[in-house]
Design a protein around this ligand. Sequence first.
Ligand SMILES: C[C@H](O)CC(=O)SCCNC(=O)CCNC(=O)[C@H](O)C(C)(C)COP(=O)(O)OP(=O)(O)OC[C@H]1O[C@@H](n2cnc3c(N)ncnc32)[C@H](O)[C@@H]1OP(=O)(O)O
Length: 724
Amino acid sequence: MALPKVDFEVGADGVAVITMGNPPVNALAIPIIMGLKDRFDEAARRNDVKAIVLTGKGGRFSGGFDISVMKKVHDTGDSSHLPDVSVELVVNAIEDSKKPVVAAVEGLALGGGLELAMGCHARIAAPRAQLGLPELTLGIIPGFGGTQRLPRLIGLSKAVEMMLTSKPITSDEGRKLGLIDSIVSSEELLKVSRLWALEIGERRKPWVRSLHRTDKIGSLSEARKVLGTARQHVKKTAPHLPQQQACVDVIEYGIVHGGYSGVLKEAEVFKKLVVSDTSKGLINIFFAQRAITKVPGVTDIGLKPRNIRKAAVIGGGLMGSGIATALLLGNIRVFLKEINSEFLTKGIKTIEGNVNGLARRGKLTKQKADAALSLLQGVLDYTEFKYVDLVIEAVIENVSLKQTIFSDLEKICPPHCILASNTSTIDLNLVGKKTSSQDRIAGAHFFSPAHIMPLLEIIRTDKTSPQVILDLITVGKIIKKAPVVVGNCTGFAVNKTFFPYSQAASLLVNLGVDVYRIDRLIRDFGFPIGPFQLADLAGYGVSFATSKVFADAFSDRVFNSPLLDLMMKSGRNGKNNGRGYYIYEKGSKPKPDPSIQPIIEESRRICNIMPNGKPISVTDQEIVEMILFPVVNEACRVLEDGVAIRASDLDIASVLGMSFPNYRGGIVFWADLVGGNHIYTSLKKWTQLYGNFFKPSKYLEERAVKGIPLSAPASSTPKLLGRL
Ligand SMILES: C[C@H](O)CC(=O)SCCNC(=O)CCNC(=O)[C@H](O)C(C)(C)COP(=O)(O)OP(=O)(O)OC[C@H]1O[C@@H](n2cnc3c(N)ncnc32)[C@H](O)[C@@H]1OP(=O)(O)O
């Protein structure tokens, strides 16, 4: 791999071209920043240099400050790894340079990349470059002057919007807004930028120091109005994200005290935010997301993904139609199979509803929606299966039915065809037991609604071939899912980790805690809805069936609550029939239903676990911990058994599959922040008080006692992922 380096070349025209080279995105790693400082010094010193062009190698300007430097700060606790770029490089060496500097932008200029460009005296871009300040997604604010220069270049409202949403704009929009001075073809980019820089020197083009501009900001009262609205919005939509408020504050500071003071304030706040838990969590998620597709024994052995053009989905229910929708949106031809025309019509209607719904909400153009639906064909038999590359079975969780389907598939599908099951709980060895095709059988576990939820859990057995796993990873990427490869066991990685979540909530209710208090606290923690509203949403049938599976598999530690059964017996089925823990009425938000109280009382009476028959007294924090620590405990077992390749895979899976708040970094990452020892001692205490449901796992105990982070890689070879 090429080392990061900054090239410097002075042409006969007297223009020095400084080129950042750090593939694949020219991230501003420390050697690049040092190199830039040296090169700008050199350009300033040399008499043969009249003007400067700053650009990036390989068709990309820069993807911003090297995020791994911030990770290093998190890992070491040492902020001195953060270089002074904002003043030393952007203000002193670039913006205040006595020689004109032009940024030649191609591909992308994000974060620190765009901030360098904004420090230049003009920006020339190739078409379709992405320009943005996505720092807030990492729990920080722009730190190389972006909070000050962007509003001065494009106006306050748009700049605030770009920073708070972290959404990039294209060259075209940048040109209209005044961020880009001219758009030229890639071929012409350097030539035009050189000329432009020379013309600035000759005063034939304006020599603009962005930080000194005030014309686009408006009056102080106008600015305060815009910022006040932004503040209100942030307060409502992002109460857990301190960087959002901080960003607005820093922008305002610069407007009140001047751009340069704003830059200094920004650097100070940036440094504080880098070490915040939010930034630690979000940066963990950034790298976790990119690690999932690095699967030892699969992606590092020189295999090439095969083309998956045609797929079949068996079962047109909620899951099957969601999966088919996802494949169609990924431009894959789909045969949807059902057992009769009534079910088939219903499945197709659901898919049409899914696709058209996305188009209605502006997520898809009408043209793309029509193109996706044209790739769908409903079938009632296996004739078309002779030509497919992938089958995903999504029928009910019935072992013998699945076994029959897979033995039929083996006979009908071509030998290269991948045979996948969307089972959420059943052992895949059992599913493929009646075939001799175990090497091409895998799990492709989607999360409901499958066309929306971004996680795809790919389950490999010890017989699944690496090629099949690689192909499924590739399909996952094509259909815009995050593919996480896990081992085969009851519940696989995600449902196994999270089965104690709803059980702990029920346990607390049976100990006397209020349903709605629990839901509120879990929402306050950052989940979009609480466990009882989630149960309402999923429908009780699914929860009931899966809790049975877990009760059989993990009888040493399940909590069997009569609550769900009693709810069902009283004619409730959650959102499906409008009656659950909440009342569901069209057009209004779910309302707590006081009439469930007698059902809860009955459950408590049957369960009889309240000490002395009285509700326990617990703090809000304890409630959250009593629900989430058992999940951490199960995550430890998943890691110990090697069901997940690495802890960060569970982090990303918890965020994308279970809506664990991303700014807390994922379940294992959060557990390490809370501290293994606190989790262990709490679980031990609750085991004594309330039983084995809370009993700490060996893995947790060992690590807590030795002070080893739960996320640290295991020293022994994973068991279930034996091939990895
Ligand atoms: C002080 C400043 O204000 C602070 C900052 O600048 S913070 C950084 C702001 N910039 C960002 O947030 C951009 C982050 N990067 C991205 O969004 C995307 O990587 C991208 C749009 C640039 C490219 O996307 P894509 O082509 O799909 O490639 P992607 O797989 O994401 O990244 C390719 C590799 O570059 C790495 N990378 C991308 N941006 C990086 C960055 N800013 N720092 C370090 N590594 C980075 C990725 O980790 C990945 O590494 P890997 O191959 O070892 O896994």
